[in-house]
Design a protein around this ligand. Structure first.
Ligand SMILES: [Zn+2]
Length: 313
């Protein structure tokens, strides 16, 4: 049997699966923690791929979704902050040295967008924006049925649009990016800053609360927690208006844990989006949908990439 192996490399866990060309159900899959004391991540990755390698038949390709930024043409990872040792790391070349099959590689958020477009919430849409809001904010864009990669594969870093000049410091080292205001840790940071400045809340500075704890407090009526989410939603709406003006999509798909906080985030987002959009026609027929592929987004996005490269429909 002919098989495609797909891999999803994240900061916490790595997954791999083997697929036959006819099915979205993997023949075999496996998941391991990304790091383990004393063993380099790349060695663990090799073992993971070998664990799903079919006992008989041909492997057509290994297709990999990885934290980036990375160059999908060369397989060169510029920087994966959550993966120890993966700065200027030639992942594609190193995989080629071990496995004698074509290696395809893509940024995880870009491939999640491709997966949602081909198999998930974006089926039938030619122009799509995918936004994942969790520890960071990642993005992917489908434009006229093509994944927008840019000249070096670095396009669609939607979390790093500047929404507040001189605003909070972003994980990338620059200031005022959307990720620095609307990601989970950014919401927590804002609440902590307000507590330090003397505001009162049921959230306690002495405790190590996360974005989910803030959302729970907000749902119980805590005004500071509500404001933390409202601020995140407002800047998200501001950013979305710009994305929509540039790309004129027919659907925007939200993934990631923070996007599951519902009206807390989305009511302020829609209010700001409606205020900022330059003409209502941009919003006519525009759909907003939750991501459908869940934990499989990376694996299925990598599968979609392999099918495109191998010209399997
Ligand atoms: Zn940034």
């Amino acid at each position: 049997m002919v098989t495609v192996i797909t891999v999803d490399i994240g900061g916490t866990s790595m997954r791999a699966a083997a697929y036959s060309p006819e099915s979205l159900q993997p023949l075999i899959r496996n998941k391991i923690p990304t790091t383990s004391a004393g063993e380099p991540v790349f060695e663990r990755l090799i073992g993971l791929i070998q664990s799903v390698w079919p006992k008989d038949g041909e492997v057509r390709a290994i297709s990999t979704a990885s934290a980036g930024p990375l160059d999908p043409n060369t397989g060169f990872v510029f920087d994966a902050p959550n993966i120890p040792g993966w700065k200027n790391f030639p992942l594609g070349d190193k995989l080629k040295e071990v496995f004698p099959v074509p290696i395809f590689l893509g940024n995880d958020a870009n491939l999640a967008a491709l997966g949602e477009w081909k198999y998930g919430a974006g089926v039938g849409h030619q122009n799509l924006i995918y936004l994942t809001i969790s520890t960071g904010i990642g993005g992917g864009i489908i434009c006229n049925d093509l994944l927008l990669e840019g000249s070096q594969g670095l396009a669609a870093e939607l979390g790093h649009i500047t929404v507040l000049p001189d605003g909070p410091l972003c994980s990338c080292g620059k200031q005022g990016h959307l990720e620095a205001i609307s990601s989970g840790p950014a919401i927590v940071n804002y609440v902590r800053q307000m507590l330090i400045s003397g505001e009162t809340s049921k959230l306690d500075l002495k405790e190590d609360f996360n974005a989910y704890d803030v959302s729970r407090a907000a749902k119980e009526g805590d005004q500071l927690a509500i404001r933390g989410y409202a601020r995140a939603g407002k800047f998200l709406g501001q950013a979305l208006a710009s994305f929509i003006h540039i790309l004129n999509p027919s659907i925007i798909i939200f993934g990631g844990g923070v996007s599951q906080s519902g009206a807390l985030l989305f009511d302020p987002m829609f209010e700001k989006l409606n205020a900022d959009i330059m003409h209502s026609s941009y919003l006519e027929g525009l759909k907003f949908a939750p991501a459908m592929l869940g934990d499989d987004a990376g694996l299925l996005g990598a599968l979609a990439l392999a099918h495109r490269k191998l010209q399997i429909t």
